[in-house]
Write a protein that binds this ligand. Structure first.
Ligand SMILES: Nc1ncnc2c1ncn2[C@@H]1O[C@H](COP(=O)(O)OP(=O)(O)OP(=O)(O)O)[C@@H](O)[C@H]1O
Ligand SMILES: [Mg+2]
Length: 328
């Protein structure tokens, strides 16, 4: 594989709250390669959005990046000035949220959003040329040209998400961070949107960090999958092998809870218990209180994320034991 576009190392992000310090991302290391769709999955509250916003240095108050490194295209993001960061966000990294209304100006027509984006990015493009490009883009996104002069609230949720993709395309963003982009859409609109996204991703070679708790969305779009549990990465793999044979007990449980995904062997069907408190997480492996395979070591020592097969990373003591080695 070529050089990663994003290189995250030992990233730690905390929220200071009255109850204590929430370690929402706790020592995550992860690479994102150009042209890939990396799915980031895990239960609600495990730190997915915090990780996504950290890449833009936009972690919400009272959150703070307190440790680690983020490299983007060879630049150390945590060392950039606020001004340099703003330029990077505008031109190189786009974020698509669950509710696109939060990113669109309600008083600005769709065409103006796109024209402005094109002209900010490429000031040499004339207003007229930018309007032409906006119309072409709108057409490519499957939005009818007559909607160009609509305001965001006049569009459906699915259309607004298409506009968000359009803005990222207009920028020629190197990285798109999509955080639950289809959660607010109904299933039909979601399917159409995902088809379009896949098409554009292939056509333009887009690099996408796709954050979702929807395993089906990941199965459809992702090339690789990173599984988070309680602020940590527990498994990282190419999408097919992960679905064919999830190795971390948490991934197994996560996939087993989704209908229509068949798993080999005996796996648990419902996940016991609830995700841990991130102020005082359980010692050892954070999943051990819910894990059907846990043994003594799991409650004592934290398992490191290790490459147990080529391109297959798992943080689980099972694969250190004789049994685990045999299984792997
Ligand atoms: N503003 C905040 N103040 C305090 N704690 C926060 C804040 N935002 C997030 N957290 C905590 O950080 C942890 C990670 O939250 P985050 O939103 O990143 O999770 P997530 O995986 O994106 O969840 P979801 O799937 O529900 O979107 C959670 O335990 C959450 O309670
Ligand atoms: Mg989230």
């Amino acid at each position: 594989m070529n050089e990663p576009l994003v290189r995250i190392r030992d990233l730690v992000v905390t929220y200071k709250t009255r109850a204590g310090e929430v370690r929402a991302v706790d020592g995550v290391s992860l690479d994102i390669y150009p042209g890939e769709v990396l799915g980031l999955v895990g239960e609600s509250g495990c730190g997915k959005s915090t990780l996504g916003t950290a890449l833009l240095r936009l972690v919400r108050h009272p959150g703070r990046i307190v440790g680690g490194e983020i490299w983007f295209d060879g630049r150390n993001l945590l060392a950039l000035s606020e001004e340099e960061m703003r330029r990077l966000r505008g031109a190189h990294i786009s974020m698509i949220f669950q509710d696109p209304m939060t990113s669109l100006n309600p008083l600005q027509r769709i065409s103006d959003h796109i024209v402005e984006t094109i002209r900010t990015h490429k000031p040499e493009v004339s207003e007229e040329e930018a309007r032409k490009q906006a119309a072409e883009l709108i057409d490519r996104l499957g939005i009818m040209a007559e909607r160009l002069d609509d305001y965001p609230h006049q569009l459906s949720g699915g259309m607004r998400q298409r506009v968000m993709i359009g803005l990222a395309l207009a920028l020629r963003a190197d990285l798109i961070i999509a955080d639950e982009p289809t959660t607010s859409l109904d299933v039909i609109v979601e399917a159409q949107f995902l088809d379009l996204l896949k098409e554009l991703q292939e056509e333009f070679g887009l690099t996408i960090l796709l954050i979702t708790h929807n395993i089906g969305v990941v199965a459809q779009l992702a090339d690789r999958v990173a599984v988070m549990y309680a602020a940590k990465l527990v498994e990282l793999a190419d999408v097919e092998p992960l679905f064919a044979e999830p190795l971390h007990p948490y991934t197994q449980a996560l996939l087993a809870s989704v209908p229509n995904i068949r798993l080999e062997g005996d796996t648990l069907k419902i996940m016991r218990g609830s995700p841990p408190d991130l102020i005082e997480p359980p010692p050892g492996c954070r999943f051990h209180p819910r894990c059907p395979h846990a043994f003594e070591r799991c409650s004592q020592e934290e398992p490191p994320l290790k490459e147990i097969r080529p391109n297959r990373w798992v943080a689980c003591w099972l694969y250190e034991t004789e049994r685990g080695v045999r299984e792997a």
